[in-house]
Write a protein that binds this ligand. Structure first.
Ligand code: NAD
Ligand code: MG
Length: 392
């Protein structure tokens, strides 16, 4: 295949867990993909290494203090170097790019994702926070521009795979599976004293710090419920969560005749990443295969909504609509950082999220600038609550 037939990819957040695994997929399939753009927050060394290895056209580093050294290192190699969040939002418009993989964390993904959609680039979406915050706006823009949003999140990839060939068959319901994280089965009393180090030990997945804490608190599943609503155009009552500790069934679609389709496999993010990048093709891979005798039992449980209150808050925010999910997300980003920094106990995270949902101004039909305002207002309010709850 010559270069013009390859898919030209931009990876936002190439130095992270999803970003590096995407580059492994690309590295194994050099005849299918060409890397155009790579971006990172502050890991300039890894970004430079990746850019040289994959012969990227351009890179963006968010942290301006790293810009000069990075430029000195890459300029002579013919690689363009930019810095800052405006450059991140602009670089996705480059003509050569066919698809943008959004593998950066949090609200920071919203602006570049919208710009990429406006420029007509297809999206491989890992950055679920973008759909949580502004799902209505983002999916509307994608429809208007004829842009496809391919899910990278394993649960949503599972649903997407189950829907192949079912275009005219309405979904009755979906079940998003959750591993339950490292604290499954724990009581509130036990959760009072858990540490960031314990929360960072996920039983089945090796991921970035923020999503790992979200998985421990079940906020990740809450965010995924809202993500699913927008990706698949569902009503809140069509989405259910089921705890499945082995993480082998990645999610389930139930159709109107009662039939259920599930997508299974070992927990390995390279598969959903590759499916999104390669769609509609299933690219041959050497990923480890599932062995039935290693998993003699697949089990299922109801989520514990009283202990893991974040999951309930996410359903509440989805039902309330407007900017409520944006408030949920901003509050969560603040408390996860505070928990990781040792400023806040595990359970206090939910207390602050609850207070934000109750007290930050609700806007039923937000504009894009309303989302930015809400994000800011919520962060300020959430941060102001931390001192009183410190070490609780
Ligand atoms: P990570 O922390 O490992 O990597 C994040 C990447 O984004 C890094 O390259 C970092 O430099 C960059 N980045 C972070 N903040 C940024 C900012 N403000 N501006 C610009 N760049 C920034 O995170 P991850 O685990 O790879 O997760 C990335 C996204 O994918 C998240 O939205 C997460 O919820 C989602 N996701 C991850 C997994 C997984 O297995 N890791 C699974 C499903 C979904
Ligand atoms: Mg997931």
């Amino acid at each position: 295949m010559d270069d013009s037939q390859k898919k030209h990819i931009a990876i936002l957040g190439s130095t992270g867990s999803i970003g590096t695994q995407a580059l492994e997929v690309i590295s194994a399939n050099p005849d299918q993909f060409q890397v155009e753009v790579l971006t990172a927050h502050s890991n300039a060394d890894l970004l430079a290494e990746q850019a040289l290895k994959f012969k990227a056209n351009a890179v963006v580093i968010e942290d301006e203090s790293k810009y000069k050294a990075l430029k000195d290192r890459l300029f002579d190699e013919g690689i363009k170097v930019y810095c800052g969040s405006d450059a991140l939002a602009q670089v996705v418009e480059m003509e050569e790019i066919d698809m943008v993989l959004t593998a950066l964390v949090g609200f920071a993904g919203l602006k570049p994702t919208l710009r990429a959609i406006d420029a007509g680039k297809h999206i491989a979406l890992a950055n679920k926070e973008t759909l949580v915050v502004a799902g209505e706006l983002v999916t509307k823009a994608a429809r208007e521009k004829g842009v496809n949003i391919y899910p990278v999140d394993s649960e949503h990839s599972a649903i997407f795979q189950c829907l192949a060939g079912e275009f005219h068959n309405p979904i009755e319901k979906i079940y998003l599976t959750a591993s339950g994280g490292p604290f499954r089965g724990k009581t509130r009393k036990e959760l009072e004293s858990v540490t960031p180090a314990q929360a960072l030990k996920h039983p089945n997945w090796n991921m970035g710090a923020k999503i790992t804490i979200d998985s421990a608190s079940m906020m990740n599943k809450g965010l995924e419920v809202i993500e699913a609503k927008w990706l698949f155009g569902l009503k809140p009552e069509q989405i259910d969560v089921i705890v499945h500790p082995q993480s082998i069934i990645h999610s389930i679609v139930q159709f109107e005749d009662g039939s259920m389709k599930a997508q299974m496999g070992l927990p390995d993010m390279k598969l959903p990443i590759q499916y999104a990048l390669g769609y509609p093709e299933r690219i041959k891979s050497d990923f480890p295969r599932f062995e039935f005798w290693e998993y003699p039992k697949l089990t299922f449980e109801q989520p514990d909504y009283e202990t893991f209150r974040n999951l309930q808050f996410a359903f509440d925010a989805m039902n309330k609509g407007g900017n409520a999910p944006c408030i949920l997300n901003a509050a969560n980003e603040v408390v996860v950082k505070a928990f990781l920094d040792g400023q806040l106990g595990f359970l206090a995270m939910s207390d602050i999220i609850e207070a934000c949902l109750e007290n930050v101004t609700h806007i039923p039909k937000p504009s894009l600038s309303d989302y930015f305002e809400t994000d800011k207002e919520t962060r300020t309010y959430a941060a102001s609550l931390i001192p009183a709850l410190q070490n609780k």
